[in-house]
Design a protein around this ligand. Structure first.
Ligand code: UDP
Length: 240
């Protein structure tokens, strides 16, 4: 079966790395995610770029609440994403696929700098590319960098992997509203006007303006990366 998209950007929240034990980085969980990414790459031939968050280690908003200057707290969050990116790179290479981390904050000893044309070349050569440190700008979470990097590398979709039990976009939080209804498809406009929880509103507007679809799905369910790429039957929620 042919995958629906040839090049995608997978957004993984940092909390996905914590696994069920709640460790900051759970080796088994990262290895499982890496295996699924490598299978998508090698078995389906999909070019895979990844943006990882850092919420399992540090979030700027949390630091700002405890009195740290917001910009400083956000730079700390960006560093947290680099730790996750290195862990994922290691796991992807152990799973048998070449992988490159490109960081928006220069740290030449451990990661390439972000260079769009180089990232695209890596993808064409079959390497997985992980974008770390967001876009290097404070006052953002990694949702907006995920959308922006996806547009730059001409990915055909942003795959937003959720880490909780939520498997798509609902009209209310299904964890507190058992009668919440899941959308199979929803428009960007509806997401923005109804305040639906998908990604940050900046990321939603960016995807809307650039015709970049988002698929929200539960990445913690084993096999779902493959399922979302094959899209037969569709899973999660398609935002377009
Ligand atoms: N961050 C930032 N600019 C960026 C990307 C990330 O300031 O371009 C900071 C921000 O503080 C954010 C933290 O890095 O809270 C970790 O990312 P995020 O909260 O998105 O992690 P996730 O929720 O995906 O685990």
């Amino acid at each position: 079966m042919a995958p629906r998209w040839g090049r995608v950007l997978l957004k993984l929240s940092g909390e996905a790395f914590a696994g069920e034990a709640g460790n900051s980085i759970d080796g088994g969980t990262v290895a499982r995610l890496a295996k699924e990414i490598v299978e998508a790459r090698t078995e389906l031939g999909v070019e895979m770029a990844v943006v990882v968050g850092g919420g399992n280690i540090w979030r700027g908003a949390t630091g700002a609440n405890s009195g740290i200057d917001r910009a400083t707290a956000d730079y700390m969050g960006m560093l947290a994403t680099v730790m996750n990116a290195l862990a994922l790179q290691d796991a992807i290479e152990k799973a048998g696929n070449q992988c490159r981390v490109q960081s928006a904050i220069h740290m030449a000893e451990i990661a390439e700098p972000y260079i769009r044309r180089r990232a695209v070349r890596h993808l064409e050569k079959g390497r997985v590319v992980i974008f770390a440190a967001g876009i290097g700008q404070p006052f953002l979470t990694t949702d907006t960098p995920a959308a922006m990097r996806a547009a730059e590398i001409e990915a055909q979709a942003v795959l937003k992997g959720t880490h909780g039990s939520v498997d798509g976009v609902y009209d209310a939080d299904p964890r507190t509203h058992p009668d919440a209804v899941k959308f199979d498809t929803v428009t960007f406009h509806e997401v923005l006007t109804k305040g639906l929880k998908v990604m940050d509103s900046t990321a939603i507007s960016f995807c809307m303006d650039n015709n970049l679809p988002i698929v929200v799905f539960n990445v913690m369910q084993h096999g779902n990366i493959r399922k979302v790429l094959l899209w037969d039957p569709p899973i999660g929620t398609l935002v377009s």
